[in-house]
Design a protein around this ligand. Structure first.
Ligand code: ATP
Ligand code: MG
Length: 300
């Protein structure tokens, strides 16, 4: 059964083989990858709010990975839906450095929209035969407020070490659920040390989830509408951490791609972790897991 499923997945990733020898080699490599991912931390998948529900082959790919027993943690964003809702309510939208300035008025809307999006993803996964559990970030994560952005939390402030230690413990439950075969869907948010709810960029949460697991996941991907990082007008296959961060500081990479690059750069430094920014069409998630680097932009 599993051999047949792996052969089907190999077909989705590579297309028709040129020979039976090539086919056997590809199936054997994919079988080895499944075994390694099951033993280690599995995969972390950030689903960009920029996709706004247009998820291409993503759900089918998640279903395939889930069937193989690969632990999966999903974290979603919701930027587009939040902007739509805020503008309906005539609440101003403001970003600084790619992060949403969040007021006591807007945080209610942000939380409401994100919670609904998380529930929608869980419902879709369940209807695709995937056992999924919804977790609100504020139940699992502690962050430090960035007062210049209002009610926004970060994991990279003055208190980083202490905060990461607390999150390491808090994340144990997420890890247990993922390892026991449930897809964990995390809705982004956190609390500060005193319990105040903060809005946190979903890419930063994805970075923390991947970082605090005992065995870092071999693959952490950020699925987004641009299918990768544009440099000089085209999506680049690979970029080093220092080069990418340099482009952020020069403003050539900006908007929501800036925090995404910072998060990916934070993961790319961990031995054994491969991290990329990909799209959601043509089985890009399967390709990312079985052939990292074959589509999108990978951070080295
Ligand atoms: N060099 C770049 N390459 C690609 N995208 C870029 C670049 N510079 C800026 N961007 C912008 O970054 C956006 C991606 O970040 P954005 O936060 O909007 O998406 P997301 O993270 O998928 O969604 P969400 O934050 O809602 O989860 C792109 O749509 C693009 O407008
Ligand atoms: Mg974003």
């Amino acid at each position: 059964m599993e051999a047949q499923r792996i052969t089907e997945v190999v077909g989705k990733i590579h297309g028709r083989p040129s020979s039976i020898v090539t086919e056997l080699r590809r199936v054997s490599e994919a079988t080895e990858t499944v075994g390694r991912l099951k033993k280690r931390g599995g995969v972390v998948v950030k689903i960009g709010g920029s996709l706004n529900g247009k998820t291409g082959t993503l759900l089918e790919d998640l279903h395939d990975l889930h069937e193989f027993g690969i632990p999966i943690t999903v974290i979603h964003g919701g930027g587009k839906k939040i902007d739509e809702r805020l503008s309906e309510l005539k609440i101003p939208v403001e970003f600084r450095g790619g992060l949403r300035v969040t007021t006591p008025e807007s945080i209610k809307v942000v939380q409401e929209v994100l919670k609904q999006l998380g529930e929608d993803i869980v419902t879709k996964l369940r209807s695709n035969g995937i056992v999924a559990v919804h977790v609100l970030g504020r139940k699992a994560f502690v962050a430090e407020q960035k007062p210049e952005l209002g009610l926004v939390g970060t994991f990279s402030g003055e208190d980083t070490f202490r905060i990461m230690e607390i999150n390491r413990k808090g994340c144990g439950i997420l890890r247990c659920m993922a390892l026991s075969g449930r897809v964990v869907v995390v809705t982004p948010s956190a609390r500060d040390m005193k319990g105040k709810v903060l809005n946190v960029n979903a890419d930063e949460i994805a970075e923390v989830i991947a970082k605090v697991t005992l065995t870092p996941p071999p693959v952490a991907v950020f699925v987004t509408e641009t299918k990768g990082v544009f440099v000089g007008g085209k999506v680049v296959d690979e970029i080093s951490r220092s080069e990418a961060l340099g482009l952020v500081s020069r403003g050539e990479i900006n908007g929501g791609m800036a925090p995404k690059i910072k998060a990916a750069a934070g993961l790319a430094g961990i031995p054994g972790v491969k991290t990329g920014i990909i799209g959601c069409e043509d089985h890009e998630l399967l390709k990312a897991v079985f052939r990292p680097g074959s589509s999108g932009t990978w951070i080295s």
